[in-house]
Design a protein around this ligand. Structure first.
Ligand SMILES: NC(=O)c1ccc[n+]([C@@H]2O[C@H](COP(=O)([O-])OP(=O)(O)OC[C@H]3O[C@@H](n4cnc5c(N)ncnc54)[C@H](O)[C@@H]3O)[C@@H](O)[C@H]2O)c1
Length: 421
């Protein structure tokens, strides 16, 4: 049987997640090559997928020096390592699944888009929210006209207090130099999703937000630099002992614990908290990304959107209210409630009952994305990708525009910004 050959660049959290899905669900695809500098992660992936030693590389550049050896490449490197591999592999004729965000600057995003168009490859950015059954059912309701015309939307992205501390204060996305600004790192999903739901380009955008809490000025008196030796730790919701050690003690070594160490034992976690970045006091880190931000969007069809991202929440299920001319929708990722103005009746869909993948990564979005990508490759048909390269570029440009609006306290007009020139 012929199968689609996949190379993976970056065998970290995301690279592992996607290739695990391929191995367990898609026999029409195989992971045949890996590029990863960290020995443990490269070897683990090679073992899991029986990758030949000569197809294991320490850097994506070594893989790119070889003649094309797979149909497609999954690029799951850190944010600052997307542009170069994306352009290199596009020029080699690989189809590409690129982790979000496309890149760190507007020009880099445009350069990637141009390389994709020039080489006419199948290309998807991992905007996983589009691919959930929840989103597809929501879109079906809207497309069927069941709430009439969308007039406005209120969308909340609740980060979750400990997730903010893990990823955006202590972790990989804590500062712009090493990754990117918060709206791009996290909420590029949401702005892309809103664009998908509204089905139209952004006209104008404004934004406010700040790093309000996770700063040195908020550090409790007497707190030390590491939670493991801190006298205030038991009173701190962001305590690294609470976030990681308590999970480990319950035997829960999956995310986020497996991010802080590859030694998945109590001793391994303790060492990471003593010596590693995830044991630091949240008020004494080199973080600079915001912990709260709001964005207002006017789309070209007149739909208005108010978006809020905040760290200071319990859980991280997004919540959306869509206000239509004939009805209103409330959705939270698993339930969709529709109130109909004519009948004054509420209809409820419990997506958990119709979708077995909802409890997998990103509400089934990781699975849905991989399924679409593999199908697009097998059938050589780009239409399985829910966001073409132009629309993906456009939604990234929206994010850059919103950030510009926040920094400059202005309204940015971006209706012409999505054109690839
Ligand atoms: N789609 C989503 O919902 C989602 C969620 C989380 C993260 N991400 C994005 O996925 C990307 C990866 O994130 P992650 O959490 O897997 O990070 P990670 O640090 O766990 O994995 C990145 C891997 O890339 C490897 N790498 C670094 N330089 C390399 C090189 N030159 N060649 C080959 N490999 C190299 C690293 O060693 C690491 O193992 C980031 O861009 C991140 O923003 C997307």
């Amino acid at each position: 049987m012929s199968f689609v050959k996949i190379a993976v660049v970056g065998a970290g959290c995301r690279g592992r997640g996607y290739t695990d899905i391929i191995a367990s669900h898609f026999e029409e695809a195989r992971v045949v090559a890996v590029a990863e500098p960290r020995d443990h992660y490269r070897t683990t992936m090679a073992l899991k997928h029986s990758i030949k030693p000569e197809l294991c590389f320490e850097d994506w550049k070594h893989l790119a020096q070889k003649p094309k050896l797979a149909d497609a490449v999954i690029i799951a490197t850190p944010d600052n390592e997307h542009t170069e591999p994306a352009i290199a592999f596009a020029n080699l004729g690989y189809h590409i699944l690129l982790e979000k965000p496309m890149a760190q600057t507007e020009q880099q995003c445009r350069d990637i888009a141009q390389a994709v168009l020039k080489n006419n490859i199948i290309f998807a950015v991992c905007h996983v929210l589009r691919y959930t059954s929840y989103t597809q059912q929501l879109r079906a309701i809207i497309d069927a006209g069941l709430i009439g015309d969308i007039i406005s939307i209120q969308h909340l992205e609740p980060l979750g207090y400990w997730h903010q501390a893990h990823s955006y204060v202590r972790g990989n996305w804590r500062n712009e130099r090493e990754s990117t600004f918060m709206l791009m790192a996290k909420s590029c999903h949401d702005l892309d999703w809103l664009r998908y739901i509204v089905g139209c380009r952004c006209d104008k955008i404004s934004s406010f937000g700040s790093l309000k809490h996770f700063t040195a000025s908020q550090k409790p008196k007497g707190a030390s630099s590491r939670c493991i030796t801190c006298g205030c730790e038991t009173q701190c919701p962001y305590s690294a002992k609470k976030i990681y050690m308590e999970r480990a003690q319950r035997g829960e070594f999956e995310w986020p614990v497996d991010i802080i160490t590859s030694d998945l034992t109590i001793d391994g976690v303790e060492k990471a908290l003593r010596d590693g970045p995830y044991g630091r006091c949240v008020y004494e880190c080199d973080n600079d990304v915001v912990d709260n931000q709001i964005v207002n969007i006017l789309f070209e069809n007149g739909v208005t959107v108010g978006f809020t991202m905040t760290a200071f929440t319990e859980a991280s299920d997004r919540k959306t209210r869509i206000f239509g001319s004939r009805g209103e929708i409330y959705g939270n990722g698993s339930i969709i409630k529709r109130y109909d103005f004519l009948s004054d009746k509420t209809t409820e869909i419990d997506v958990t009952k119709s979708d077995g993948t909802i409890n997998t990564g990103h509400g089934g979005g990781d699975f849905g994305l991989i399924k679409s990508f593999i199908t697009a490759l097998s059938k050589n048909d780009k239409s399985y990708i829910l966001s073409g390269v132009s629309e993906t570029l456009e939604s990234h440009l929206m994010v850059f525009a919103a950030e510009k609006a926040r920094r400059q306290s202005c309204v940015v007009e971006c209706s012409k910004g999505g054109t690839i020139i």
